[in-house]
Unconditional design. Structure first.
Length: 446
């Protein structure tokens, strides 16, 4: 006899998971070597894109019984979407895994704890930028009041899982917001800056430097009010409907003919922003506005190149003293196809020799909050990544996403390499290089 949960779960898959996208998969297996979880589980088919798509179809058709093993197969997916560039059939795996997780959350029984955590995260913290800012004020107090030193000294953090303790140790030092110096150069390009929720709180100093560099490159930077979290975290966690609500709010905030570009400096955010058009293609009120938004959306490294930063970098001192490398943001590379731009910027950075990191395009294990929800698999993937780092021995590992940045810092710390290397956001790296070589128009505090 089919249980009520099984029946409801099957109906949810039928309603929410696109059968045409499932049938696009030819089961060829080109995705397998590109999938980090497939490789990390000794080639377990259920932890591959092909295997997960087969499970999606089986759930729709009622050929398998929903249980913890099927849920685990979907949960363990990083959502890195490395399978998409590898797929000759163009399977929209990112859409399928988002729809699958949404289908599951519509039916899955939740504990009181899980309901509470999801409510706080998706209905409040990542749904309201002001609430996120208020939360970060607590971390500012925690870091600057002596509370952080005390909790570390008495071993309070030992009560938490090891990976959460490691993440706490690499949180950036939160500073009070500073005004950015304004360049007197003529402004040729109007840029709307998507500040992001984590970037504008935990990494607000990086945002400040982003504005400074854009101003120096002749851009007029606008920061639209009422912008919210991009919605990516919602979409990746089975709360796609709430992510789309955020998308509508952001589209309204940025819907102006005055902006030539809508720029972001977080790869994970950028991918979801660029797909607003896809998520709202059936919304008659937002379809056209979403298309305009996605068309204008651009990553910071791509905009830096368009505005001529490479030419400015070439005017600096060219002695190659230190090795710099680059760890791709999965979504920036696999969804937005931004690969060459950050590398050319690093290759032209005076005082550094650029060397390619082994498997730079493979996931580091961060994947939003994946490293908190799936710490064991995240650790396996990070350990593999760090083998390449130790072979290359770079001085600086540059990333383009806050989660990747903290994940690489955890890897460096875990390997005891803090004295040999560090990880930096690409904006922070370029800001320091430009300031050191005095090839920008304002005095910078570097």
């Amino acid at each position: 006899m089919v249980s009520e949960l099984q029946q409801r779960m099957q109906e949810s898959f039928v309603e929410h998971v696109n059968e045409e996208y499932i049938m696009d998969c030819m089961r060829c297996g080109f995705c397998l070597p590109a999938c980090p979880t497939y490789m990390a589980t000794d080639q377990d088919e259920t932890h591959s894109p092909r295997g997960r798509i087969a499970l999606m179809k089986a759930m729709r058709d009622g050929d398998v019984v929903w249980d913890g093993s099927i849920e685990e197969a979907f949960d363990v997916c990083l959502g890195c979407r490395a399978c998409e560039p590898a797929c000759p059939a163009g399977v929209q795996y990112g859409t399928l895994i988002e729809e699958t997780r949404f289908a599951v959350q519509q039916v899955k029984p939740q504990t009181i704890k899980e309901k509470g955590l999801r409510n706080v995260a998706f209905n409040h913290l990542f749904a309201d930028q002001k609430k996120m800012a208020t939360t970060i004020k607590f971390f500012h107090f925690y870091q600057n009041s002596g509370l952080q030193k005390m909790t570390r000294k008495i071993g309070f953090l030992d009560l938490f899982p090891p990976f959460m303790k490691e993440m706490e140790s690499v949180l950036p030092k939160i500073k009070s917001k500073q005004n950015s110096p304004v360049s007197s150069q003529p402004k040729l390009t109007n840029v709307a800056f998507f500040t992001g929720c984590l970037m504008d709180t935990l990494f607000q100093e990086t945002n400040r430097k982003t504005i400074v560099l854009l101003e120096q490159l002749g851009a007029k930077v606008h920061i639209p009010k009422e912008q919210q979290c991009c919605g990516a975290l919602h979409g990746h966690s089975g709360e796609l409907d709430k992510g789309i609500q955020n998308a509508r709010a952001n589209i309204d905030a940025f819907d102006s003919d005055d902006y030539d570009y809508i720029v972001n400096n977080a790869g994970g955010c950028g991918a979801f922003l660029s797909e607003y058009q896809k998520h709202l293609q059936s919304d008659k009120h937002y379809k056209d506005k979403a298309a305009r938004f996605s068309k204008k959306s651009i990553d910071i490294s791509s905009l830096f190149v368009k505005l001529g930063l490479n030419d400015l970098l070439k005017t600096g001192q060219s002695d190659n003293e230190s090795i710099v490398t680059y760890q791709d943001s999965c979504h920036l590379r696999n969804v937005n196809q931004v690969f060459h731009e950050p590398r050319t910027l690093l290759q032209n950075a005076p005082g550094f020799e650029y060397k390619e990191l082994i498997d730079a395009g493979s996931c580091c294990g961060s994947a939003g909050i994946y490293n908190l929800l799936q710490p064991e698999m995240a650790t396996r993937i990070l350990d593999t990544k760090m083998k390449g780092v130790k072979d290359l021995k770079p001085t600086i590992i540059v990333t383009s996403n806050p989660g990747c940045l903290m994940q690489m810092q955890v890897g460096i710390q875990r390997e005891g390499l803090q004295k040999e290397m560090t990880a930096m956001h690409i904006v922070d790296f370029l800001f320091n290089v430009m300031g050191k070589n005095k090839i920008i128009g304002v005095e910078l505090n570097v």
